[in-house]
Ligand binder design. Structure first.
Ligand code: TEU
Ligand code: CA
Length: 555
């Protein structure tokens, strides 16, 4: 594996609508991000990924872009973005943007022109098919529910394809003109000073053509896109062309949102000359998932969590670098998902932070994760903004659940859990905004907020700071960034333990339960590098780990 500039870094995801509102209109913005750059720098963050902040009608909260060359006025201006890039650079920080090019918005001029003249140049930017009554080109279900086909506005005899929302028409990547437009845009941003991209939903760009049906898997008579994606071949041709024309010549960082890749494809995706620098490890997020919908998703136990992480580490081994997360803007809060119900505490939050952050790969922190933000407890479906959650609520109702039960199911996985405003302090609206926030602030903000943790040595925020500092410590960096990961006592129930072996040998131990647990040490330790308790009990070469105790030892 070749060494790259970004590998020893720490990344942080900003969901701009909910990060920090500088002008009190209830929506976070770019000047608000600039205000908090010192906070991020102080935490130790290097790379900042900002979810879409381009012009958009917000049918899918910015993942429906109507202009790839501008900033949505609610977030600021291009000048604000330039200022952010300059301010980041001053602090040796790197800004990466979200590249959303499987689809654009139906309000993008390309789609408007396609509607004006479906047989013209822009008609071929999309997948447009003739429409016959009672017949669809294929039975694929869109990710947000319903058929992927929608009548083309102004042309009742035609229809277009959208694998996400109907306001997100899919771009036709088979058309070289589309690809040229995408590369032009990427290079325009890279030349402006952006350091790279997080690449949205990218596996969907390759469709299996001609359109055909796949097995029906729900009572709606439709079929999950998953089957089509497994069948489609050749995405690599598009991805390598994109790399060669954009990221590679700029030495940019790219992280793919990749699901469903096969083991033997890993070198193509993230090997030395892979399509991307890195890709997210979603193994713990997709665990227990069901084709039926969220209501049928199985909860994940600490043993499952460990197995998923170790399995990903084994798969990737020395091929490349995974990007490790416990949450993002599409997932519930990691602490509520991976810590068993009833066990949520400062100790368990620190344990989860330790065991994921010390994995081999590039750690990403999602905004608010560093202070232990938790899921929102939804009282009614009317409180929910997210299209995906609303769809899944109906999926649960259709499956026979009561309204109350359906709400309970979707609350567990709702994307809005992670989209509530960042809790900065205990003042009104958690210091996020003096206006009315676009999504409600979690009422627990009076206890969970940045101000109450920032100068408190025992806080989760201080703990994250220590984890980051350890990754950057010149003595341990080589081992933490590049050292091998070897599981320790892999089969032990509710213990997540592994070595990181490089110049040094480190041992990470996490007691993933309330009950104490005695663990034999493989050797005496030289030093305790981090401990979420004040002490570590050692008797006869064994450590006695307390309720959710996590330690990092140098052997
Ligand atoms: O997500 C793509 C994706 O496949 C899933 O994360 C999916 O959207 C989610 O599980 C539905 O609940 C990306 C973005 O991260 C997401 O926010 C966008 O909605 C989506 O693409 C479309 O752009
Ligand atoms: Ca604002």
């Amino acid at each position: 594996m070749n060494r790259k500039w970004w590998q020893d870094k720490v990344a942080y995801q900003i969901y701009p609508k909910s990060f920090n509102d500088s002008n009190n209109d209830g929506i976070g913005d770019i000047p608000g991000i600039i205000e908090k750059l010192d906070y991020l720098k102080n935490l130790g963050v290097d790379i900042v990924w900002i979810s879409p902040c381009y012009p958009s009608p917000f049918a899918d909260q910015g993942y429906d872009i109507s202009d790839y060359y501008n900033i949505h006025p609610v977030f600021g201006t291009l000048e604000d973005m330039d200022r952010l890039l300059a301010e980041a650079k001053k602090r040796n920080m790197y800004i990466i943007l979200d590249l959303v090019v499987n689809h654009c918005s139906d309000e993008h001029e390309w789609f408007k022109k396609a509607c004006q003249d479906p047989d013209g140049k822009y008609g071929n930017f999309f997948y447009i098919e003739d429409r016959k009554e009672g017949e669809l080109p294929c039975n694929w279900r869109s990710y947000f529910g319903g058929s992927v086909w929608e009548p083309l506005p102004g042309h009742p005899d035609k229809q277009y394809l959208h694998v996400f929302h109907k306001k997100q028409p899919d771009l036709n990547w088979e058309n070289p003109e589309v690809r040229e437009e995408v590369y032009k845009n990427i290079n325009w941003w890279l030349d402006r000073g952006v350091s790279g991209f997080r690449i949205d939903a990218i596996i969907n760009i390759k469709k299996k053509l001609p359109f055909k049906d796949y097995p029906v898997d729900r009572s709606d008579g439709l079929s999950s896109i998953r089957y089509m994606l497994e069948d489609a071949e050749g995405v690599g041709e598009f991805l390598s062309e994109m790399r060669d024309r954009t990221f590679a010549p700029h030495n940019a960082f790219s992280v793919g949102e990749v699901f469903n890749e096969k083991d033997d494809e890993l070198p193509d995706f993230i090997g030395d000359n892979g399509y991307f620098s890195s890709m997210f490890d979603f193994s713990t997020e997709v665990f227990g998932g069901s084709d039926k919908g969220w209501y049928d998703q199985a909860p994940i136990t600490p043993d499952d969590y460990k197995k998923c992480c170790f399995n990903s580490q084994k798969r990737v081994s020395n091929v490349g670098f995974l990007s490790n997360i416990i949450e993002n803007h599409d997932e519930p809060r990691g602490v509520c998902r991976y810590i068993p119900e009833g066990d949520l505490s400062l100790h368990s939050k620190k344990l989860l932070a330790t065991v994921y952050f010390m994995l081999k790969g590039l750690p990403f922190i999602y905004q608010g994760q560093e202070i232990g933000m938790e899921n929102l407890s939804f009282q009614s479906i009317d409180q929910i903004d997210d299209v995906s959650t609303i769809d899944q609520y109906h999926v649960a109702l259709d499956a026979g659940f009561s309204e109350k039960e359906a709400l309970a199911c979707v609350s567990r996985y709702s994307r809005d859990n992670a989209r509530t405003p960042v809790q900065w302090d205990s003042s009104v609206n958690a210091g996020f905004s003096e206006g009315t926030p676009w999504l409600p602030v979690n009422p627990n903000y009076t206890e969970i907020n940045v101000a109450s943790q920032i100068n408190v040595p025992e806080s989760l925020l201080s703990y994250y700071k220590k984890l980051i500092a350890l990754r950057k410590d010149p003595v341990y960096k080589e081992t933490i960034v590049y050292g091998e990961l070897i599981p320790y006592l892999e089969d032990r129930h509710n213990l997540m333990a592994y070595y990181r072996k490089g110049e040094k040998t480190l041992l990470v131990l996490g007691n993933f339960q309330k009950e104490t647990q005695t663990v034999k040490l493989p050797a005496t330790y030289k030093k305790i590098l981090l401990n979420n308790y004040a002490e570590l009990r050692v008797i006869d070469g064994s450590v006695i780990l307390d309720d959710y105790q996590a330690v990092i030892l140098e052997l």
